[in-house]
Design a protein around this ligand. Structure first.
Ligand SMILES: Cc1cc2nc3c(=O)[nH]c(=O)nc-3n(C[C@H](O)[C@H](O)[C@H](O)COP(=O)(O)OP(=O)(O)OC[C@H]3O[C@@H](n4cnc5c(N)ncnc54)[C@H](O)[C@@H]3O)c2cc1C
Length: 410
């Protein structure tokens, strides 16, 4: 097959579909093609938010993101903000509802609604989607770009690279986009790694025996020199392999990044969020005849309370007045500052996003056009931007996809 087009968008994920819709709306006379290597379109949108698609968050700002500079991220986010996202989906027939946590979901509670609406909008914008059309190479030519795959070749004036990262590779995002970006002159951050990833513990660690228990907890990240780097407090899930849940997913990228620089980086867990070791110590001293089990069960499930006592080497039935100073210190440490001997993470098959990518300082942020390869635009997860759990990653895809789309359509 040989074809010519004005614009070729590589990747039909959230960012690529958004770019296609806005490029087509900006200039309906342009020929715009979206190519995607996947057999099934939108696999990641369909599985997102547990099948409900957490489209965005009520309060989005640059502090919910990591990777490139916060200032750079803010510049892109404000080009298409949350009210615009809500209005955009409303106009596509997808009303969003806000949950207590601030997360926004479609009122249908179905990710299918979101994908279907985006695909209809792409068609209405007169944009073609071709799949499975995996792109192997993109070459800069005198008049634009030559895009090649086993299916043939397309010559285009402009290319939008929206190939995502490496997370959930079975959805089609296998990281080949980074190679394409590099071949066109871009730098990629020195580390590309899973973010929003569950963390693993040694198989015989006591937390693995508590599989299924979910509690609010605080995770603290410490540098080798003992400085607290970052904390997250949220729901925490004990599993047969280690830990998961929002607090763990949120801290995982900071833990993995810090480990690259400092192997002594450590994670601790406080099972009583908001309570300092000093406060707990004082409360234990004031217990008198109440038992440790009773005290801990005020805050924690029985099984967890009992196990934490056992780990600290104290009998859960001990009344407060019988507790020795050493026992008290051991329990306080186990409950409020337990070191987690993390062995790793669950990898790209379980990570919701990829940290690292093309640094934003290589792009013009008002257009998402490459500074090193004019005519090339980048958007979505291929950029060095990753957000917290809660709809922030899609908001990045909508904002950067919109910006690339209207710019390439002009
Ligand atoms: C399980 C899971 C749940 C999630 N839930 C949420 C959520 O609820 N809310 C939220 O905000 N974020 C969520 N995320 C993150 C969010 O889905 C991503 O950040 C977002 O989809 C990234 O969009 P993208 O378009 O940049 O990349 P992707 O969605 O990864 O899309 C990239 C597309 O490019 C295609 N492609 C790649 N390489 C090539 C190539 N060489 N040739 C042709 N096509 C190619 C792929 O097939 C893919 O379709 C979740 C992620 C996962 C894995």
């Amino acid at each position: 097959m040989y074809k010519k087009a004005d614009v070729v968008i590589i990747g039909a994920g959230a960012a690529g579909l958004m770019a296609g819709i806005w490029a087509g709306r900006t200039d309906p006379n342009r020929s715009i093609i979206i190519l995607d290597g996947a057999r099934k379109l939108g696999a990641k949108i369909l599985v997102s938010g547990g099948g409900r698609c957490n489209v965005t968050h009520d309060r989005v700002d640059e502090y919910a993101y990591a990777g490139s500079s916060r200032n750079a991220i803010k510049k892109v986010l404000r080009r298409f903000d949350v009210p615009q996202t809500v209005e955009f989906f409303r106009e596509l027939g997808v009303d969003l509802k806000r949950e207590e946590t601030g997360k926004l979901f479609p009122v249908t509670d179905s990710a299918k609604t979101v994908l279907q609406a985006l695909l209809v909008a792409v068609e209405k914008a007169n944009v073609q989607i071709q799949h499975p059309y995996r792109v192997d190479t993109v070459e800069k030519t005198e008049k634009g770009f030559c895009i090649r795959g086993v299916w043939g070749q397309i010559d285009a004036r402009y290319v939008v690279l929206a190939t995502g990262g490496k997370s959930l590779p079975r959805s089609g995002s296998d990281g080949h986009g980074y190679e394409i970006a590099k071949s066109l002159g871009h730098r990629i951050t020195p580390h590309i790694f899973p973010a929003l990833a569950p963390l693993t513990l040694p198989k015989d660690h006591f937390i693995c025996t508590l599989s299924g228990i979910t509690v609010p907890a605080t995770l603290d990240l410490w540098s080798g020199s003992g400085k607290k780097l970052i904390s997250f407090t949220d729901s925490t899930l004990c599993t047969h392999f280690g830990l998961s849940g929002p607090s763990v997913l949120d801290i995982s990228r900071y833990y993995i990044a810090a480990k690259h620089e400092d192997p002594e980086t450590a994670l601790t867990i406080n099972w009583l969020p908001g309570k300092t070791p000093e406060q707990m110590d004082q409360e234990l001293q004031a217990l008198r005849s109440a038992t440790l089990q009773r005290y801990l069960h005020t805050y924690l499930p029985q099984r967890l309370a009992r196990t934490l006592c056992e780990q600290a080497g104290v009998d859960p039935g001990t009344p407060g007045y019988q507790l020795t100073r050493t026992q008290r210190k051991a329990l306080v440490h186990t409950v409020t500052r337990l070191p987690l001997p993390i062995t790793g993470h669950r990898g790209y098959n379980f990570a919701e996003v990829t940290a690292g990518g093309v640094p934003l300082d290589e792009l013009h942020l008002n257009t998402m056009e490459s500074r090193v390869c004019p005519g090339l635009y980048l958007c979505g997860e291929i950029c060095d931007v990753d957000g917290r759990i809660g709809g922030f990653n899609f908001q990045w895809a909508w904002a950067s996809g919109y910006t690339a789309g209207i710019s390439v359509g002009k």
